[in-house]
Design a protein. Structure first.
Length: 101
């Protein structure tokens, strides 16, 4: 199953992220290497949200990431939500639906 982690970023996110970015990215790449995090990044113009795509059996893997994320600990993330996402198209879809098959 896929889960979206949606971060609402603080207005000063771009100014403050530098000091925590390496730690945040290390955490993200470790989650990717474990097969938990498939994609992630901040939205641009404006950089007011970030979206991370996780794969797992439950939202616990996402909750664990949030608990460890320095962006959350240091106030760069105002709030977040975890949304289950039913993916149906693509090689990595968790519930593929193809009317041609």
């Amino acid at each position: 199953m896929h889960f979206l982690l949606i971060y609402d970023l603080a207005p000063d996110y771009m100014e403050k992220r530098g000091q925590y970015r390496d730690e945040h990215l290390r955490l993200a790449w470790q989650a990717h290497e474990r097969g938990e995090l498939e994609l992630g990044g901040a939205l641009a113009d404006p950089a007011d949200q970030a979206i991370l795509l996780f794969k797992g059996e439950s939202p616990q893997v996402v909750e664990t990431f949030v608990e460890q994320d320095p962006y959350v600990h240091h106030g760069l993330v105002k709030q977040w939500q975890i949304r289950p996402w039913t993916t149906v198209v693509g090689d990595k879809a968790s519930s593929p639906v193809n009317p041609e098959q």
